[in-house]
Design a protein. Structure first.
Length: 733
């Protein structure tokens, strides 16, 4: 402890801070008065008495425990919790307890230099009623990250990695011999070798990869991936393992499978796709007498169709526990940045061996449906199959055919579209929630520079594929999860372990907030009753606000009431789709959970016992976590391209609308190109604005002017910081 300045008496606050630091750094030690005085170098009677008074108050607050012989120690019995540390750039750090309670404030001096996302153990400080609850980090249990991405700054005797965001307290110190040839201005990936401590506040690291010059497109995309711990290179030994896989299909393998090579089959994907992991087949079935018997009078001429949903049989080539499988599990998902795909599987597998390319025989795992003319499922079965795709379509081609243009196999595509529309209509009648979200896309030139920004909207072609994939996923989940009738002895059969895609019901409090909010626009909404009644009410709200000024505003608030979908072996159904059973079966090339589902199905079809649920729950949690990380990286790549697209448009003005409101500013989306930026609160200088979180608006204290979600606004492009991926607007007054 540093000695007090000569001639100045310590005040109560200073003594309290000194005591907090002493007990924080020695959480398991017990101190007598004399030991405290010595440790804090308190050598005057007033200072000692002040320390005694403060320790008594700390004991009263339950921050310290006092023994009968007047010794003190940190109270670790009733107020120690574990959870996640959340670091804020403004110093308002917090601790999120594992029990799901409210976040608790942690001052910087009590943070123990914890980083954002670290798992920590804290001691709660003020416990008396009316006191503000505060936490102090007493131990860092584990660091969330052990590497960082940033810009190198090389000085004469040392170097730093300058990072963005709020993960690290300070820049990372790098010894010159650990630079790996990195130079000032280059982006680099650095591994942390030394964390801050009471002896040194420095974070020390070593360069493990120099990405290249800041501003280069490839460098920036790799930096985004590295920032989230996602791989930007494929390990050579995994690629070598993929090269050894024999792609040949033997007659013996074909004999073990159902043969669909002579049935019309096609793939429908984005025009730039290479990994085709799903295909559809269709053929008419003859109405035999037995089939006619199941058709109502007056529908004798109704048709029956066999529709096959064929999925790349990745698990045939990627064996559980293999080198390729371990790498695929670690990644858990392909990552789709604006200008590239980071595949889950090596390119030889995802783009060639497993990809359902036209005019090539491929092994598939399929759900085969018998559907009537109204797309009612009359029968289905799941089987390993072999197919040969007749045609690879882009969505745009199919959409033109569905709108009347002549094209290959037009009749088959229009029949599939008619059936898909029946499935879609029935799904919404059954309580599925309508959220057709538009996605921002960019046209990119050869150097990676964006030349156009636009929203990609759902159409009949994309919905055609979506409906049959949803149908297959639903029936696969039901095939395992739906328990049959009780056995003869009265015991209920237990469903075998399965990986489900689950989506919980909306947060009731947020739903009520939504109801109170939309009432102001003249809309009604149910927040209680059956799941179906609530979802139908939500759909009526979505339909009612279509094309209105408040549409995006209401959609945004409604989305905030929804829970996030995730993977789990504990089935609670999928609220958004209104399915009691749902899984992911249809994209094993790009999602690891689908591969797990394929393996479980194969196991159970072969008569195998139920798999270990705890093991698959742990795998499911990892996949859910990686899905969130991939989405964050994808969003960051969109932000980067958005700022890059607007960087040469500084000073230009645009019509926009308010797309988000926070206490620190207004987010605005340009109507013309859908790029989003922020008008900082500091630039709203005509009044003092207060954030009304409940009504999603800013209200001026003096003039009562209101900025609200959805409002039309005129903006000027003020700043475009590519490094921080931030776009700032100013109001065009």
């Amino acid at each position: 402890m540093s000695k007090k300045k000569s001639g100045k008496r310590l005040n109560k606050k200073q003594v309290a801070e000194m005591l907090q630091t002493l007990f924080q750094q020695n959480p398991n030690a017990t101190f007598t008065y004399k030991q405290v005085f010595k440790a804090l170098k308190l050598d005057t009677h007033p200072a000692k008495m002040l320390a005694v008074d403060v320790m008594e108050e700390m004991a009263w607050d339950d921050y310290l425990s006092r023994d009968s012989n007047n010794t003190y120690r940190l109270n670790l019995k009733t107020q120690v919790q574990e959870g996640v540390f959340i670091r804020k750039a403004n110093g308002k750090n917090s601790f999120q307890p594992d029990d799901g309670g409210k976040p608790i404030f942690v001052s910087e001096r009590n943070s123990l230099f914890a980083m954002n996302g670290d798992r920590v153990r804290v001691a709660l400080m003020a416990r008396r009623e009316k006191h503000i609850k505060e936490a102090m980090v007493v131990e860092i249990l584990s660091h969330k990250v052990d590497q960082a991405v940033g810009r190198l700054k090389v000085e004469r005797d040392f170097a730093f990695l300058v990072t963005e965001g709020n993960i690290f307290v300070h820049d990372i110190l790098i010894p010159k011999k650990k630079l790996k040839g990195g130079k000032t201005g280059e982006k680099a990936v650095v591994k942390i070798t030394q964390w801050p401590s009471k002896d040194s506040k420095n974070i020390v690291g070593e360069v493990i990869d120099v990405l290249g010059q800041e501003g280069d497109n490839n460098v920036e995309m790799h930096a985004i991936l590295a920032q989230y711990g996602l791989p930007y290179k494929y390990p050579k030994h995994v690629e070598e393992a993929a090269e050894k896989i024999d792609p040949g299909i033997t007659p013996e393998e074909i004999a073990r499978r159902e043969d669909f090579r002579d049935v019309f089959t096609c793939t429908i994907d984005p025009k730039d796709a290479k990994d085709f992991d799903d295909a559809l087949s269709i053929r008419s079935l003859p109405l035999t007498p037995s089939r006619r018997g199941g058709i109502q009078r007056g529908l004798e001429r109704a048709a029956l169709y066999e529709v096959g949903v064929h999925i790349a049989d990745v698990s045939h080539y990627v064996k559980e526990g293999s080198i390729i499988d371990k790498e695929a599990f670690k990644r858990a998902t392909s990552v789709y940045l604006v200008d590239r795909t980071i595949p889950m599987l090596p390119e030889r597998l995802c783009n060639f061996i497993c990809s359902l390319r036209p005019d090539e025989e491929k092994l598939t795992y399929s759900v085969i449906f018998t559907l009537d003319d109204d797309a009612n499922v009359k029968d289905y079965h799941i089987a390993h199959t072999v197919i040969k795709s007749n045609r690879r379509y882009a969505y745009e081609e199919v959409q033109e055919i569905l709108m009347g243009k002549d094209g290959d196999y037009a009749e088959e595509l229009r029949t599939l579209d008619k059936l898909a529309k029946c499935l879609r209509e029935r799904r919404f009648k059954g309580g599925a929630v309508k959220f057709d979200r538009e996605e921002l896309h960019f046209d990119i030139d050869e150097s990676g520079k964006p030349t156009r920004a636009y929203f990609k909207k759902s159409n009949d072609a994309t919905q055609l594929i979506e409906e049959f994939m949803l149908l297959a996923n639903k029936y696969v989940a039901e095939s395992v999860g739906k328990v049959k009738k009780p056995k003869a002895n009265g015991q209920q059969s237990k469903a075998k372990t399965m990986v489900y895609r689950v989506h919980d019901q909306p947060d009731p409090i947020k739903l009520e907030t939504l109801r109170e909010f939309v009432v102001k626009f003249g809309y009604k909404m149910k927040t209680s009753g059956t799941k179906g009644a609530i979802s139908r009410s939500l759909n009526a709200l979505m339909d009612g606000c279509q094309g209105k000024k408040e549409q995006k505003l209401i959609e945004t608030v409604a989305l905030r009431a929804m829970m996030k979908a995730k993977y789990s072996t504990h089935n609670i159904g999928h609220y958004g789709l209104a399915f009691d059973y749902y899984t992911h079966f249809t994209s094993p090339i790009r999602r690891y959970p689908d591969t797990m589902v394929h393996r479980l199905l194969t196991r159970y079809q072969g008569g195998g016992r139920s798999a270990n649920q705890d093991k698959y729950e742990e795998l499911s949690e990892h996949c859910s976590d990686m899905e969130q990380v991939a989405q964050q990286a994808e969003r960051d790549s969109i932000k980067y391209k958005m700022v890059e697209f607007m960087a040469d448009k500084l000073g230009e003005t645009y019509d926009a609308h308010i797309s988000g409101i926070q206490s620190y500013g207004i987010y605005c989306e340009i109507d013309e190109n859908h790029c989003e930026g922020m008008v900082p609160m500091r630039d709203l200088d005509d009044d003092y604005y207060e954030f009304d979180e409940r009504n999603y608006c800013l209200v001026g204290r003096r003039h009562h002017h209101k900025y609200q979600l959805g409002d039309a606004i005129r903006i000027r492009v003020a700043r475009a910081n590519i490094e921080k991926r931030q776009l700032d607007f100013a109001l065009d007054k």
